[in-house]
Design a protein around this ligand. Structure first.
Ligand code: ATP
Ligand code: MG
Length: 571
């Protein structure tokens, strides 16, 4: 190994270290880097150490400006601090054994999944994967008023897109007979009773912590008889309540409802059942009987945990290790079906896949990729602390995924015509990405171009700018359109580099989503539009491709019957 080679490596890393640490490189750190870099060539530390020592002294004697200039020439790739990939692994589960962990994701098929559901589904499935366990998809479809057939499949489709795969799936509505049997057991044990009271009376009783007469009267054999009447006919619209603790500090424990009559037709069981379990009952029972070991729910259910444990204990059923995480909230976005639905119903958004919405379909349409959602979720971690995060966090992870991978093109918003009077005719192969393996596109130029109005407004007659990737132009006239003259091809420092199209363009509208809420109010300005010209080459792309328009941002392109439309993901 030549000393020259060692010197070259040492110089690179010494410069990098100096640039990163206020002009002074650390000999030890640099030595480590050089040893690592030359290890595969069999260079011994003994050869390296004295060379590094000398080089570090030389580099530390340089001015920071010179260090930066030399590093930029020598090894521009080292200009950016190497970020160690942070380990976003989830904390260990309590009482968990490899191979024996079972988790589940229990969506209600009453709407499209959003990024909050993605958080739950990703955490649930990741834990199963980490422990070589099993992950169940369970449709909690026990409210026929809300459940719709189309949502079962839509939710599965969205989970597939997200990259979440499950080992088995079922519907809670498959198990109603079992639920009824368990209800009977509770009544027989006098741990549940049929309550015939009107809902205001029930509310008042709970408020004052006073039981009603039904608690004593309609349990045991009498209770069983009434329960059977309930099951036999929806004409008996009573409820079944847990004999909890009417004077408990925890209001959730004040004889919560376990079953109620709902006559709406169910998308899977039709009119077979009209007595449906509540979330309290179905959730606890299903987690237990399906073998789930570590069920997670969002923190707002914390008060209901006591009910969960009570039900299972009275039924002598296995108690899973119930855990909580915080609900995901994003500033200015509705991360809840309850908030998304009215926006769609009132026509305030274009549909469930509106690019302003955090539904998985909205995010997909906008050009947010599943890998980014997953990393964002894991980055947020498992905290119980409720916080409202900024959507820019999702954008920044997404940008990291897209930047090295997507093709770059020119898009000119608010185009202004530029005529270069003495323009040479050119045929250019302009790379689609700094990574040359991604290829290029061929552009033929004549004397007519289009450039962004924003840039034109900042320029005066006599100014020189560069048509990015092409040549320099000096402005000679400026009216509605502008005229310029050819100023050669060599790069001139400090000139603005502006993206452009030739007359080979397609007009392209880009929809730009903003925050849908300002405070609690709908933001009528939340969807803006860019009008402009894109270079023709984008029409060769498949519909749905995400590209980066230089100086504009990342945009997902969609070919619609009326032509191409863009959706702005982020800068
Ligand atoms: P929504 O308000 O959107 O209807 P939900 O909790 O009623 O929410 P479900 O379909 O019942 O919706 O939720 C399925 C799972 O997803 C539950 O375990 C729930 O805790 C979780 N989940 C829903 N929204 C969020 C969120 N914003 N953050 C984290 N987890 C969520
Ligand atoms: Mg729900």
């Amino acid at each position: 190994m030549s000393t020259q080679r060692i010197q070259r490596e040492a110089r690179k890393y010494a410069l990098q270290n100096a640039v990163l640490f206020n002009g002074k490189a650390n000999e030890k750190a640099v030595t480590g880097k050089v040893i690592a870099a030359l290890k595969k060539d069999g260079v011994s530390p003994g050869e390296i150490i004295p060379v590094v020592s000398q080089v570090v002294k030389q580099v530390n004697a340089m001015s920071p400006d010179d260090q930066l200039t030399e590093l930029t020439n020598l090894a521009p790739e080292l200009l950016h601090k190497e970020k160690k990939e942070k380990d976003f692994s989830l904390p260990a589960l309590p009482c968990a054994e490899k191979g024996k962990v079972v988790t589940r994701f229990p969506p209600e098929p009453n709407g499209y999944l959003h990024i909050g559901h993605a958080k739950a589904a990703i955490i649930d499935s990741e834990y199963a994967r980490l422990y070589d366990g099993k992950f169940i998809l369970r449709f909690d479809d026990t409210n026929p008023e809300n459940a719709l057939l189309e949502f079962y499949d839509a939710q599965k489709e969205d989970l597939h897109w997200l990259g979440v795969e499950w080992d088995s799936e079922y519907h809670t509505s498959d198990n109603l007979q079992t639920h009824y049997k368990l209800a009977e057991q509770l009544i027989r044990q006098k741990d549940a009773y049929v309550c015939k009271c009107a809902s205001e009376i029930i509310r008042e009783g709970r408020f004052h912590g006073k039981p009603c007469a039904c608690q004593e009267q309609y349990t045991g054999t009498t209770g069983l008889d009434l329960w059977k009447q309930m099951l036999a006919s929806p004409e008996n619209p009573w409820i079944l309540r847990l004999h909890g603790e009417m004077n408990s500090e925890n209001t959730a424990m004040r004889d919560p409802t376990l079953f109620r009559v709902i006559t709406a037709k169910h998308p899977l069981t039709n009119e077979k059942y009209h007595v449906w379990p509540t979330y309290d009952f179905a959730g606890a029972v299903e987690d237990s009987i399906s073998g789930v070991t570590h069920p997670f729910r969002t923190k707002e259910y914390e008060l209901r945990d006591e009910v969960y444990f009570k039900i299972l204990s009275l039924l002598h059923l296995r108690t899973p290790h119930l855990m909580e995480f915080s609900r995901l909230s994003i500033d200015g976005m509705p991360v809840s079906k309850r908030k998304i639905k009215p926006l769609i119903e009132q026509g305030l958004v274009l549909g469930f896949d509106d690019v302003r919405l955090p539904t998985l379909r909205g995010l997909k349409r906008r050009g947010i990729v599943p890998e980014a959602i997953k990393q964002f979720v894991l980055q947020q971690g498992f905290s119980k602390v409720e916080s409202i995060v900024d959507f820019s966090l999702v954008e920044s992870v997404n940008r990291k995924y897209l930047d090295p991978k997507v093709k770059r093109y020119y898009y000119v918003p608010d185009p202004v015509q530029l005529t270069v009077t003495d323009a040479p005719k050119k045929t250019m192969n302009i790379p689609l990405h700094p990574d040359a393996t991604m290829g290029d596109r061929t552009i033929h130029t004549s004397s007519v171009f289009f450039i962004p109005k924003d840039d034109v407004q900042k320029m005066n007659i006599g100014d020189v700018f560069r048509l990015k990737g092409l040549y320099n132009v000096k402005i000679t006239k400026k009216n509605e359109t502008i005229q310029g003259s050819y100023q050669g091809e060599s790069l001139i420092a400090e000139t603005a580099k502006i993206q452009w199209t030739t007359q080979e363009f397609i007009p392209l509208k880009i929809l730009v989503p903003g925050l849908i809420f300002t405070g609690e109010n709908f933001n009528p300005e939340s969807l803006k539009e860019l009008q402009g010209y894109a270079e023709k080459a984008i029409t060769d792309l498949p519909s749905g491709e995400i590209v980066q328009f230089e100086r504009v941002g990342f945009v997902r392109l969609e070919k619609q019957p009326s032509g191409w439309v863009g959706f702005f993901a982020h800068k």
